[in-house]
Write a protein that binds this ligand. Sequence first.
Ligand SMILES: Nc1ncnc2c1ncn2[C@@H]1O[C@H](COP(=O)(O)OP(=O)(O)OP(=O)(O)O)[C@@H](O)[C@H]1O
Ligand SMILES: [Mg+2]
Length: 304
Amino acid sequence: MLLSGLTTPLDVLALETWAPGTARQVLAAEPSGASAPVADGARAVLRLANISLSFGGLAALRDIDLDVAEGEIRAVIGPNGAGKSSLLNVVSGLYRPDQGEVWFGDHAFRQVPTAQLARHGVARTFQNLALFKGLSVFDNVLMGLAHRVRAGFIRQVVGTPLARRIEAENRAAAEDVIGFLHLQEVRDRIAGTLPYGLQKRVELARALVARPRLLLLDEPFAGVTLSEKQELAQHVRGARDCYGTTIVLIEHDIGIVMDLSDHIAVLDYGRKIADGPPAEIRANQAVIDAYLGVAHEDETELAI
Ligand SMILES: Nc1ncnc2c1ncn2[C@@H]1O[C@H](COP(=O)(O)OP(=O)(O)OP(=O)(O)O)[C@@H](O)[C@H]1O
Ligand SMILES: [Mg+2]
């Protein structure tokens, strides 16, 4: 067992500076002067306002507005190169937009401070797997709590009852999500030795362990088998239903997207060309054209 005391770097990563469930202090780096947004009906957990991003001469995102309400599963779809990952990278602070703002609840950012993302209740997975392949499943999941560490705090509390309590709470949170995602049987396996679909599930567990308010998933079903895909989709739905997590999901499998999402935003060449419930999107001619890459004459529907 890697975590038997408070002596490894991973022990240090597993510690936190506040008790789960208590109010968290939120610091808005680069706050904008605008007033707090209020979505129609439900409050927006995430709001993008006029986001544009370019790489040299290439416009990856053009004037994107997006409201994601509390508790919804919001898919972002579009052909390859449409700007989907760029959008998540802006939301998670990896890219700084040329213009526009990202809002998490009442806090607005020109550029999201990546280091503070988890403290704003935001977690993400990546299009390409980003696991610690040499660590066990359990320790990978525990890494999802690493943001709760402050080195100075660690030095002060090592070996104290407080440190032991925090470690116990973090381990309990990891066990909980491992149970929730049915990973108990592979709990002690080295993550890199697992089938790809299970590795994707471990990545989901690591993103969920801190019980994020907002979870950003970039192609969580890519490269897995059909049955693994259906299982993972149920777990994503379960995260929303059981943990109340709001989810933004990038996915190419239109069937899964239609089944799983409350609303779907469609990007094409960096523009948002449609945004609405699945039935509306399925029949939207601009969306069909974007996917087929042809001008239309007949009314048709997206094949799912
Ligand atoms: N770091 C980068 N540097 C230069 N160009 C980039 C960078 N990131 C993305 N792009 C370009 O921006 C556009 C949008 O890319 P993005 O990865 O956001 O698309 P995507 O919708 O996620 O595509 P896919 O479905 O293939 O994952 C593409 O033309 C891509 O080549
Ligand atoms: Mg992408």
